[in-house]
Design a protein. Structure first.
Length: 297
């Protein structure tokens, strides 16, 4: 009964939050309608507000982060769960959990003082000289921009992918591994062809969890993305994210339309992260349940 009451209170608070955000964003919804999401002009002076540059920046930085973090995170999780000695695995997992607890502003400072200079002086010029024929790697090397924000986000979300994926891999029933080994598979073959496919749903859950974390990140992205509301095909270009524009402009919003446009952006971000977190938890739960049922069988 107590558990039910606590669960019901969480649902109630969530619904109240959505209601308040919905009610607080009525003006831009009535004035712009769906055009709010497909317009790229953001001009508070003339009361013109379009969310497209911020949605674009949020998606580009998050996808870039996943492209970097997913192979590294899953590879590290496989090593820790299947290949590393138990003592080494537990020790590394302890430090990985500590990395997940580091405040985002620290990662932002890491980006400002280390990643941005490296990008401007070495990485972006190298990418431009070798892959400059692609629109993704054209334009001046500012240091700040989509790619830099994606790299910082990747550093932030890798611990989440490693921790969750490792736990999912460890939950795979032992008889699955033993059955593969008894058929003559090597340890790596049983890991890659049996354990990883069995845990695939849970690993996808860890990826969605990391995506939700990347979408909602504020301080670190604000410090390295450049904070310019433009849409560009180049990853070198400065940009803007939903969380960053809310953090930068909310206290300076003077008119009701300006303020409520930022609230509507907050509603979009909340719904995106809420849905992705829920989906991630569901996928992880499905994998854990499959492992328990297989072990009992």
């Amino acid at each position: 009964m107590i558990t039910f009451l606590f669960a019901a209170s969480v649902v109630l608070v969530t619904l109240l939050l959505v209601f308040e955000l919905w009610r607080g964003s009525a003006l831009p919804r009535h004035k712009f309608g769906f055009a709010f999401f497909r317009t790229s002009v953001w001009d508070p002076i003339f009361d013109q507000f379009g969310a497209l540059p911020f949605i674009y920046g949020t998606l580009v930085t998050s996808i870039t982060a996943l492209l970097i973090a997913v192979p590294l995170g899953i590879g590290a999780a496989i090593f820790l769960a299947e290949l590393a000695p138990a003592r080494l695995s537990d020790t590394l997992e302890f430090f990985i959990d500590l990395l997940a607890a580091v405040p985002s502003v620290i990662y932002g400072l890491l980006g400002v003082f280390i990643v941005i200079p490296l990008m401007r002086l070495y990485i972006q010029p190298a990418l431009k000289s070798t892959l400059g024929f692609l629109p993704l790697f054209q334009g001046p090397a500012y240091g700040v921009g989509f790619l830099t924000a994606g790299i910082v986000l990747a550093i932030m979300v890798i611990p989440y992918i490693i921790s969750v994926s490792r736990e999912v891999l460890l939950s795979v029933p032992r008889d699955q591994r033993e059955a593969a080994l008894s058929l003559g598979s090597t340890h790596w073959e049983s890991t890659w062809k049996v354990v990883v496919p069995f845990a695939r749903t849970g690993i996808m859950g860890s990826i969605f969890l990391a995506l939700a974390r990347a979408l909602g990140e504020t301080m670190a992205v604000t410090m390295v993305i450049g904070n310019t509301p433009i849409i560009s095909a180049s990853l070198f270009s400065p940009g803007y994210s939903i969380a960053a524009v809310i953090a930068n402009e909310f206290t300076e919003a003077t008119g009701d339309l300006y303020l409520q446009s930022l609230i509507e952006l907050g509603l979009v971000l909340f719904l995106l992260t809420f849905i992705l977190n829920g989906l991630a938890r569901l996928l992880i739960l499905v994998t854990s349940k499959r492992g328990s049922e297989t072990a009992l069988a």
